[in-house]
Write a protein that binds this ligand. Sequence first.
Ligand code: DGY
Length: 335
Amino acid sequence: MAQKHKVVVTRKLIAEAQNLLNTVPGLEVVQWPSEQPCERSWLLEHAKGAAGILLMLSDKCDEELVSKAGDQLKVIASFSVGIDHVDRKALKERHIRLGFTPTCLTDAVADLTVMLILMAQRRGGEAMGKVLAGEWPQMPWHPLLMTGPQIRGCTVGFLGFGRIAQATLKRLLPFGIKRAIYLTSKPGKPIKELEDQPGLATEAVGSIEQLAAESDVVIVGCPLTPDTKHIVNADFFSRMKKTAVLINIARGPVVDTDALVAALDGGQIFGAGLDVIENEPNIQADHPLLKQPRCVLMPHIGSATIETREDMAIESVKNLLAGLKGEAMVNEYEL
Ligand code: DGY
């Protein structure tokens, strides 16, 4: 890299990723100095003249940002698998490359998905809430205390059947699920491997209505696009079994929150396990979903294992550097 490049990084990074960045000769690193979200005004101001920007899923990468940066901008490296915060058209038009981290977080998110399924079916949030509120003495053990549906024998429906969904399905096999159904726009090779599992029927379904009606567990794992916004809505819930649970590990706006609250209120579904929600992180204590005992809500921690966040940081830096040098990235999003 003979020419000096300015790069902007919107968070403090873990030491290994930081060292990787700091030891590159000829690089001017301008970095938001905190773990807290980077201010938009700071990003817009410092983007000017940048050849690369490493940003998080909470930093909008839009027309305004790339035009503020200027014509020399070559690469955006997103510290995420989801890229709904990135205006892909704006990048494509300017021949700016996009790096992302789709593979290193698969296991962590699949693990959390299993946790959410079990918490939603077994009423984990509600049960803990009662203990924490000192209500256990008023609810001595009895045969039907805090009962919920069992995962064995379930039909699990995947809305989106990419890496995380398939890794989740592999984890669910030992639980004895009976059937896996999925709706996907991109059938691929690994699905074949899962279709050949003994004792498990796996099949693509033809419609979202069928997925809703036949699943005991619905797992939302599709990307957020204009087509998938509120794809899980009042109509979807009206078709779900009363004993079924909804899990969302993708993006909040794929699920219509008001419709979910109504479905839980009206007993249309058994429960929900969410790692994401519309308008996160601005969820106040009086949010209607927090009043739903059968809803478990996590603050978007799907990829939050120490190992995974280290890998994401290193991979993001590698993608950034590869983009600057015009080399192959670890993972590049085809625009
Ligand atoms: C991502 O990277 O898009 C995930 O949502 C973070 O866990």
